[in-house]
Ligand binder design. Structure first.
Ligand SMILES: Cc1cc2nc3c(=O)[nH]c(=O)nc-3n(C[C@H](O)[C@H](O)[C@H](O)COP(=O)(O)OP(=O)(O)OC[C@H]3O[C@@H](n4cnc5c(N)ncnc54)[C@H](O)[C@@H]3O)c2cc1C
Length: 373
């Protein structure tokens, strides 16, 4: 195998976006995946893209979301132009239902200049007459957006191919060969891959690579089940309540998500999961009781015992990098994650504390992401 500038392990949204960003900067990249690529968490997700303003983000975690939110419109247009694949990016707006208005969150949104509006029940009837928010307060985010993940992944993959990225599918990386602090190559069943730099974007499978480097962050799979319903309702906005959501996909199709289950690498679905999601949907919009279930699937999120994804250089190697552990935020933060990796490799200054992502803290009430998905 011809030696490359960079080898990336894992062709989910993080690996694909990173490969795309590097290849755009004339770096020779190979992307390796153990399965058929882009069928894992990145394929299964809902594609919710919360709004944000990177210039006013108050910490690196908020910057990840805000910067990505700013990149998505141009990235989507660029991919459409170069690949002709429309990833479905649309600013559809979002309604967040909470037991009470949360002053601290409102302060944070205001500081970041995120548009939001408290919605009274009368206005809600105009915006979404079917929604039955039962003792909840409603906040409207006009700039919340969504993408169709499978299409976005296809577009990124096609964009990568057009830029010369090499794909190795059905190829599992089984080991790291090192001499001192330098990674010489990656072992696989079909041979050894050599390159100058190596990036691990292996989602929930990143644990062994981290252990190998002596990094104590634990990455583990957290299953999320999803339902696709068909109903006669014409909905526009995303609806969020706690860790659940309804995402209208047009023509009466809606996604209902999602469960959070620690069941190891079990990517199946359950009757309980289906019933749970159906109940969530019907509690919010009673008309869904007559909706048709079109599909039911699950994905494994890369959960982490720390508060933020792990992005940056391994402390034990000069030429090995990680971008993993994005949990529920991998899609919404993928463009900015790719940008950080590119900036580290090309020694550019993004004006944020890159080091933050390699020494994450335990999650507390004060450093939770402003938006879940
Ligand atoms: C139901 C659900 C809904 C979600 N909704 C949203 C949402 O609305 N917005 C949002 O931002 N996020 C959402 N997420 C989270 C998001 O999908 C993930 O954070 C993101 O997809 C993680 O991407 P990844 O590239 O790190 O991992 P993955 O997509 O899991 O990709 C990792 C890849 O690495 C490959 N790999 C692993 N080990 C090896 C190896 N040894 N050799 C070769 N290849 C290897 C795997 O085969 C896989 O293809 C959702 C997730 C789920 C499950």
């Amino acid at each position: 195998m011809e030696s490359q500038d960079v080898i990336i392990v894992g062709a989910g949204v993080i690996g694909l976006n990173t490969a795309y960003e590097l290849a755009k900067n004339n770096i020779k990249v190979s992307l390796i995946d153990q399965f058929i690529p882009y069928r894992k968490a990145s394929w299964a997700g809902a594609g919710i893209i919360p709004p944000g303003n990177p210039n006013l983000a108050s910490n690196p975690i908020d910057w990840l979301r805000a910067k990505s939110s700013a990149i998505f419109p141009t990235l989507s247009e660029e991919l459409l132009q170069t690949t002709t694949i429309n990833n479905g990016y649309i600013k559809c707006g979002g309604l967040e239902l909470t037991p009470n208005y949360e002053e601290s969150k409102e302060l944070a949104w205001t500081k970041e200049h995120i548009l939001f509006e408290r919605i009274n029940s009368l206005d809600l009837k105009t915006l979404n007459p079917n929604l039955s928010p039962k003792n909840c307060k409603t906040t409207y985010f006009p700039e919340m957006a969504q993408i169709r993940n499978p299409r976005h992944l296809k577009a990124l993959a096609e964009g990568c191919k057009l830029l010369g990225v090499r794909f190795y599918n059905d190829c599992k990386i089984t080991g790291i060969m090192k001499k001192g602090d330098r990674v010489l190559g990656l072992e696989s069943e079909t041979g050894i891959f050599t390159a100058d730099q190596f990036i691990i974007t292996a989602g929930p499978w990143s644990g062994d690579f981290l252990k190998h480097e002596g990094i104590d962050t634990q990455i583990f799979p957290v299953r999320g089940q999803m339902l696709l319903l068909q109903s006669a309702l014409s909905l526009k906005e995303i609806i969020l309540r706690d860790k659940h959501y309804i995402v209208p996909r047009g023509e009466g199709l809606v996604l209902v998500g999602s469960t959070e289950e620690e069941v190891g690498f079990n990517g199946g679905t359950t009757v309980e999961g289906k019933e749970h999601l159906l109940k969530i949907a019907c509690d919010l919009i009673p008309e869904f009781a007559t909706a048709k279930i079109i599909d039911h699937w699950s994905g494994l999120r890369p959960g982490s015992n720390k508060s933020s994804p792990l992005i940056g250089k391994s402390p034990a190697s000069d030429n090995l990098y990680f971008a993993t552990g994005h949990f529920r935020q991998g899609l919404q933060t993928s463009p900015a994650t790719a940008l950080i990796i590119k900036s580290i490799l090309m020694q550019e200054d993004l004006g944020i504390d890159n080091q933050y992502f390699m020494k994450p803290n335990e999650q507390t009430e004060t450093n939770k992401p402003l938006f879940q998905s």
